[in-house]
Design a protein around this ligand. Structure first.
Ligand SMILES: Cc1cc2nc3c(=O)[nH]c(=O)nc-3n(C[C@H](O)[C@H](O)[C@H](O)COP(=O)(O)OP(=O)(O)OC[C@H]3O[C@@H](n4cnc5c(N)ncnc54)[C@H](O)[C@@H]3O)c2cc1C
Length: 433
């Protein structure tokens, strides 16, 4: 039990909001979570699709802090490396050409494919079961008065409510309303930057006998220059496939007219010939699913005195190419809890300390994520890249403690992101130049 118990209003029952609630409740605080969507456990799931994400050390450690790591990992698949599917025009061949497997780290190291629904359910279930947490679904935050410490909420039926709050944690994602209200207060730096690509999710269902149609212990990549396709395995034998294409121009989303199934199949046959026949519902998936856009959000400060603080995507949304957005959001929770414990009588100080310690790391991650898009879609297929990775693995094995590849520091350790980048630059100077 910590010195002062408080009442926290957390906006957003996503990954960061639910974990943060549990951590604060464990420390004896009262927590209410306000979520705009219906309870996903009773609302039914969109089309039964499995949308997954890669969970690595930072996320797993954060879940372990509330004893939930094993419950999450029980339904996950370890991905030990990248499986590269060459382009049909690649000199190494097309259809039936050899796949290349590139391990992510040392023997035994892997990132883990988990479904978002499972991860969110485990967290929600635990938050719901905690007597210190109350969950309110179908209530959207639409206004905050910081001077009066009140929030305005709108429920699913359109009814408006005004409530007092003690302090707010904005865990309401990349398009955060809490952040917007902080921005309106002035002296708030904010930037959002969309990449020119969009993404769409497709599915490779299990084979007729229920088995996987590809290696389930790899993250599959079809690098195609300025675009790519990836696939992550699901425990039900399916793969969630994501295409990252430019919105306009050559082979872009723009070039497939609405409903033109023949053009769509032809594009996939030309670009992804080794799996086109496994994309059984390609036409339905492609034309039914919307194109998602990817944004990097940077802002500062992350708190409004002791009245509000931002965590997760609300403070630092990043593009998904390092597989770290959720991991960083979960890691934020442990860091904010530690700051609140360290400043038991000074919530403004705690919020500020959390942000001041974390901001450089969030910026470093944003840059890493953007750079990794180019690596994944373009470089991973090149002989130079393969040579470089082989040399990194050799150094990591022969000089442990002296050399750790950047990818390993980011995915398999909790070294702060900015420190990992600095250490990688130092290693580069000493060992590669
Ligand atoms: C295509 C794609 C692939 C990704 N893959 C990975 C990956 O492999 N690994 C990884 O670590 N990360 C990945 N990410 C990133 C990850 O999804 C996010 O970083 C993570 O979901 C952020 O969690 P969060 O809790 O901050 O926000 P969210 O998960 O967005 O949760 C925010 C919650 O707030 C609620 N909300 C919003 N506004 C309001 C309001 N006004 N009132 C009440 N409630 C509100 C929302 O309904 C939502 O439930 C990926 C992202 C994308 C787009």
């Amino acid at each position: 039990m910590w010195a002062m118990t408080r009442t926290f209003s957390i906006v957003g029952a996503g990954l960061a909001g639910t974990l943060m609630a549990l951590m604060l409740a464990e420390d004896g605080h009262q927590v209410e979570i306000i979520e705009s969507r219906p309870d996903p456990r009773s609302a039914g799931r969109v089309g039964g699709r499995s949308i997954n994400l890669a969970l690595s050390e930072r996320g797993i450690h954060s879940l372990a802090e509330v004893g939930l790591d094993q419950a999450v990992l029980a339904q996950s698949l370890p991905m030990r490396g990248r499986m590269i599917h060459p382009a049909p025009s690649d000199s190494r061949g097309g259809d039936g050409a050899e796949l290349t497997f590139q391990p992510y780290g040392q023997e035994g190291q892997a990132i883990n494919s988990v479904t978002r629904d499972h991860l969110n359910d485990v967290l929600l279930q635990a938050a719901d079961a905690h007597p210190g947490v109350t969950l309110t679904f179908e209530h959207r935050l639409i206004d905050i008065s910081f001077p009066r410490r009140t929030v305005k909420l709108r429920d699913g039926g359109g009814n408006l409510f005004e409530r007092r709050f003690d302090t707010i944690i904005g865990a309401d994602g990349a398009y955060s309303h809490v952040r917007l209200e902080m921005q309106r207060r002035g002296a708030f730096n904010y930037s959002q930057s969309f990449i020119e690509h969009g993404y769409k999710e497709l599915t490779i269902p299990p084979a007729a006998d229920g088995s996987f149609r590809m290696d389930p212990n790899a993250l599959h990549i079809w690098p195609r220059g300025d675009r790519m396709m990836i696939a992550l395995p699901n425990v039900d034998g399916s793969f969630t496939v994501t295409i990252f294409w430019p919105m306009t121009g050559d082979r872009s989303f723009d070039t497939i007219a609405e409903g033109d199934a023949a053009a769509l199949r032809a594009r996939f046959r030309e670009q992804y010939s080794d799996v086109v026949d496994d994309l059984v519902d390609l036409e339905a998936d492609y034309f039914d699913h919307r194109i998602g856009r990817m944004v990097t959000i940077r802002c500062w400060p992350w708190n409004e005195a002791d009245k509000a603080v931002l965590i997760g995507d609300a403070s630092h949304a990043v593009v998904p190419f390092y597989g770290q957005g959720a991991n960083a959001a979960l890691e934020d929770c442990g860091l904010l809890r530690a700051a609140i414990r360290d400043h038991p009588d000074d919530l403004a100080g705690a919020y500020h300390a959390f942000g001041a310690d974390r901001k450089n790391d969030a910026d470093a991650l944003a840059d890493l994520a953007l750079a990794n898009f180019i690596e994944m879609r373009d470089h991973v297929a090149s002989p130079e890249f393969l040579e470089r990775k082989a040399r990194e693995r050799e150094l990591a094995e022969t000089r442990p403690g002296e050399f750790t590849p950047l990818y390993s520091m980011v995915s398999f350790t909790r070294i702060p992101y900015a420190d990992a980048v600095a250490k990688a630059a130092e290693q580069e100077r000493e060992l590669f130049s």
